[in-house]
Design a protein around this ligand. Structure first.
Ligand code: CP
Length: 315
């Protein structure tokens, strides 16, 4: 693997999932592979899971890790070519990416969307600029439109927890007071389309994801109907794609309750976290036996580790 920017960078998904599960059983099996190699993790946005699990993954491969938060700690970056930098930006991405490439063997980048400039977000302005001007592999730690480390985590979790060959997996929109990105929903959708699952998406009208992402995936506007017989219920809030970045409504009827989970076939509740309790999901579900959010989050480490391993092996 050269870079990990989207789930399409995974060459062999079943083999990668198998490898991640093997790493989970023996996390230090490849601790010589990353010896004297450095992972630099650059955060333009906040994180708990991505930061700690990716750092842990790198350390288990024997790597050194450096972390930098761009909000407040680093020079403010300019991304436009030819710009006259007499405003708020102090350093151009051309120099920044080239310099960091001299300190790091792999660079991880987290940069959320603007949710106001659809074109810039769709172009993956920040991630693509790092890819263009860095001379080392780039790992997407959640970008404007994609969260491929989360999606690989979810694929590993479903593979581990499924109780039948072709499980029914439902991605459900949930209400949230703030406008949230589409990245997790996009990458989860792309990943489920690659897996042998019966996959459907449910959301209220107006919350359609990018049709290029959803493709032929069935979209059901009746949440109760969609949840029927589901083996996995993956819940996520996102803002409108068509009315870009807007919260159209926060209909509380879309919150996941014990009654909704009772419609499933003893389905497992999944969420990428962080989750707003009693807004997205009731305490009774999150704290109940159907919730697998904690083991799901644990798999973040092994998703990151298999990605870093495959990149290190291709160097
Ligand atoms: N799921 C996820 O990416 O969590 P963090 O935002 O805490 O990294």
């Amino acid at each position: 693997m050269k870079h990990y920017l989207t789930t399409d960078d995974i060459e062999n998904l079943p083999k990668t999932i198998e490898e991640a599960i093997a790493l989970k059983k023996d996390p230090y099996a490849f601790e010589q592979l990353g010896k004297r190699k450095t992972l630099g993790m650059l955060f333009f946005n906040t994180s708990l899971r991505t930061r700690l699990s990716t750092q842990k993954a790198a350390m288990q491969l024997g790597m050194q890790v450096m972390v930098m938060n761009f909000s407040g700690e680093a020079w403010s970056l300019e991304f436009e070519d030819g710009s006259v930098m007499n405003g708020s930006t102090a350093e151009h991405i051309r120099e920044a990416a080239a310099v960091v490439s001299q300190y790091c063997d792999i660079i991880g980048v987290r940069a959320f969307p603007t949710l106001t400039d659809k074109q810039k977000d769709e172009e993956e302005h920040v991630m693509k600029s790092f890819q263009k001007y860095a001379s080392v592999p780039i790992v997407n730690m959640e970008s404007a439109t994609a969260h491929p480390l989360q999606a690989l985590t979810d694929a590993i979790t479903i593979t581990e927890q499924k109780t039948r060959g072709r499980p029914r997996v439902v991605l459900s929109w949930a209400p949230h007071p703030k406008a949230l990105p589409h990245a997790v929903a996009n990458s989860f959708t792309g990943m489920m389309q690659k897996m042998d699952v019966d996959f459907a998406i449910t959301h209220p009208e107006g919350y359609e994801l990018n049709p290029e992402v959803t493709g032929n995936t069935p979209i059901i506007h009746n949440q109760d109907e969609a949840l029927k017989d589901a083996d996995f219920v993956y819940v996520k809030s996102w803002s409108s794609y068509k009315d870009y970045g807007k919260v159209l409504h926060t209909d509380p009827n879309w919150k996941i309750t014990a009654a909704k989970m009772a419609l499933t076939d003893n389905g497992k509740f999944m969420h990428c976290l962080p989750v707003r309790r009693n807004v997205i999901v009731d305490d009774a579900v999150l704290d109940g036996p159907q919730s697998i959010v904690i083991p799901q989050a644990n798999n973040r480490t092994f998703a990151a580790q298999v990605v870093l391993k495959q990149i290190l092996e291709s160097m």
